[in-house]
Design a protein around this ligand. Structure first.
Ligand SMILES: Nc1ncnc2c1ncn2[C@@H]1O[C@H](COP(=O)(O)OP(=O)(O)OP(=O)(O)O)[C@@H](O)[C@H]1O
Ligand SMILES: [Mg+2]
Length: 170
């Protein structure tokens, strides 16, 4: 079977708390699982880092969660897994990507959360999940797609019927 990324769900995110709630749900969906890459698409200010911060908080990361705006990469060790938060907006070339040492922390060691993945087009592993965020009035609209192998796991936790048991608690 082809490992294709297919549309899964569209969500209206009325405010930043809704973006955080989505990040928390995704964190719960992939908690304790390794081997995934998440692409976060969206213009400057779309809410990508907001979602990632909530994801990491949900997994227990304490203290300041810095945006990798200038460092391009922020690594986390969580429950024996290595998570990378990448922001490739300022990536210059393939060589710079190599210098980030991604090979030392492959998705198989945990997972990658990648903002501006298109800047690393052709250089990144295929995503398990793609999240597109776009402005919609004062809020945001999220479109989520995922590879077939992740579909069941995510669908169960992202559809509105799945309740708000993982509501984000700041
Ligand atoms: N659903 C939402 N509705 C309204 N505002 C939101 C929503 N989600 C996030 N925001 C706000 O958008 C602003 C920018 O968010 P954030 O820094 O996460 O964007 P970003 O996509 O990471 O941008 P960049 O590409 O610059 O890294 C923040 O002030 C955040 O609170
Ligand atoms: Mg950001």
């Amino acid at each position: 079977m082809r490992d294709m990324t297919t549309p899964l769900i569209e969500l209206a995110l009325a405010d930043a708390a809704a973006t955080e709630a989505l990040g928390a749900r995704l964190a719960e969906a992939l908690r304790g699982v390794s081997g995934w890459v998440v692409f976060l698409h969206g213009e400057l200010g779309a809410g990508k880092t907001t979602l990632v911060r909530a994801w990491l908080r949900t997994l227990g990361v304490a203290g300041t969660i810095r945006s990798p705006t200038y460092t391009l990469i922020e690594p986390y060790e969580i429950d024996g897994r290595s998570l990378l938060h990448l922001d490739l907006y300022r990536l210059q070339d393939a060589e710079e990507l190599e210098q980030l040492g991604l090979a030392d922390t492959p998705p198989s060691a945990g997972g990658w959360l990648v903002e501006w993945p298109q800047r690393g087009a052709g250089l990144l592993p295929p995503p398990a999940i793609e999240i597109h965020l776009r402005a919609d009035g004062l809020g945001r609209q999220a479109a989520i797609a995922c590879a077939d192998q992740w579909r069941e796991r995510l669908a169960a936790r992202l559809t509105p019927e799945s309740g708000s048991s993982s509501a984000y608690a700041p």
